[in-house]
Design a binder for this molecule. Structure first.
Ligand SMILES: [Zn+2]
Ligand SMILES: [Zn+2]
Length: 248
């Protein structure tokens, strides 16, 4: 059990109270008293609608993928297939969701969560055979500093909407060290050792939940750790996905 940082926890609760009494205006239209994002602007968020690879990136094939069929893989995944069998994100990681997520995780601004609630509540369970939802944890030192773990919060929220139990199976043993200058094998070992599985997961079909997927390295390492401990299948759901810049 990680120690509690009273100073950070007090900051989170004070910020919660402050935001409740004095909500900030909508990030996009500036309307007052609407919290982080008003209902009208919620519809302006960039949805991810293009056909996607297993890693959540567009695979370059513009043909829509039939439901229940295996999506084609992008170049990177052909070379190095991810251990998770699918991933999904409702939003592109771009303005204004990037600004909102920064507020959410660095300032523990839960008005963001409330503003996104209508969108999250209507996000269907992506894989019906899921047994449990598993947060992708941050390192306890980061949680200590912020007093908040956005992956844990989101997983609990989505577990409620999807009516699936939340299983905090993973612990981040250490902050992921810099990957620069390491061989592929060293990189994999470096990431692999970043997680430890503290609950039995054998035979379970799990959804790993996090706020954003960027390179997907953490999701790969976390999924591999769960599979090494006997999970039957791991899929990844994030609120947003960083897309590469379009080719010039
Ligand atoms: Zn607005
Ligand atoms: Zn891919």
């Amino acid at each position: 059990m990680a120690p509690v940082n009273l100073k950070a926890a007090t900051k989170v609760y004070c910020s919660l109270l402050f935001n409740h009494i004095n909500p900030s205006p909508c990030t996009l239209c500036g309307q007052s008293e609407s919290g982080a994002l008003c209902v009208d602007c919620l519809h302006l968020l960039a949805r991810l609608t293009v056909p996607l690879c297993r890693c959540g990136l567009p695979h370059g094939n513009e043909q829509p993928v039939e439901a229940d069929s295996v999506p084609p893989l992008c170049g990177r995944c052909i070379r190095q297939p991810p251990p998770f069998s699918a991933s999904q994100a409702p939003l592109q990681y771009t303005f204004p969701i990037d600004a909102l997520i920064t507020r959410y995780k660095h300032r523990a601004d839960l008005t963001v969560e409330r503003a996104l609630a209508p969108l999250l509540a209507e996000t269907p369970l992506p894989w019906a055979d899921t047994d449990a939802v598993c947060p992708l944890p941050v390192h306890w030192r980061r949680r200590w500093r912020r007093g908040f773990d956005q992956g844990d919060h989101l997983a609990r929220l989505m577990g409620q909407y999807w009516q699936r139990p939340v299983l905090p199976a993973l612990v981040r043993q250490r902050a992921t060290a810099s990957q620069q200058g390491l061989s592929r094998r060293q990189r994999q070992r470096n990431l692999h050792q970043a997680f430890h599985c503290q609950h039995p997961v054998a035979g379970l079909r799990l959804i790993l939940v996090d706020d954003v997927m960027t390179t997907g390295s953490s999701a790969r390492a976390a999924a591999q750790c769960l599979l090494d401990h006997g999970a039957e299948d791991v899929r990844v759901w994030t609120l947003a996905r960083t897309l590469p810049p379009p080719l010039a």
